[in-house]
Write a protein that binds this ligand. Sequence first.
Ligand code: ZN
Length: 239
Amino acid sequence: MTMTNGALVLFSGGQDSTTCLAWALARYAKVETIGFDYGQRHAVELAVRPAILQKIRSLAPGWDDKLGEDHMIDLSLIGKISDTALTRDVEIAMQDNGLPNTFVPGRNLLFMMVAATLAYRRGLDVLVGGMCETDFSGYPDCRDDTMKALQVALNLGMATRLKVETPLMWIDKAQTWELARELGGAALIELIRAETHTCYLGERGDLHDWGYGCGKCPACELRANGYRIFSKTAAEAAS
Ligand code: ZN
């Protein structure tokens, strides 16, 4: 077990952050979670959080004791200062600068800064986020360099020794499913499949083999495609 005072996981209720939560529970003696309400078009993401937090407790011995408070933070100011397909009812499209309009400028920077401030108060010294360069290429605030620069800036600005951990940074979606399997076995896969939410459109009608979602938006496509590769690899390994 790593020697720290504990970790604060940026937990949105999606596949990635749920995997990060399991990763932190497997590693640290104390884990708390933080979630942000920024006026997401679909509140589904936030609605699924409590059930995941409850169910993950029984997935491995000790996780129930380790998992502490969940902190829900109102960041509705994001919707006020930015214009994005995640907070406004517009079509998901590519912008002239090569970024999709689901990009919320500075969102992860703000999330990390708020998380660091909370971690300071709670005496936690690790921040865990699901940022990833592999799949969501194009989101500049998901880049490894951005996170490393942010870690330096936060520590300079707050006179702390916070560590920013991004366990998904260099793995793709299939490997994220595989990481979940390693961390929590079939039970965690099922929890992620049935409880987490990734779909940009907030669709939660049908439960597919890869989980709920419209199946067509970029987030669903990544999730479904990753699951297909993961389950094919798992089936081949088993045969
Ligand atoms: Zn979708």
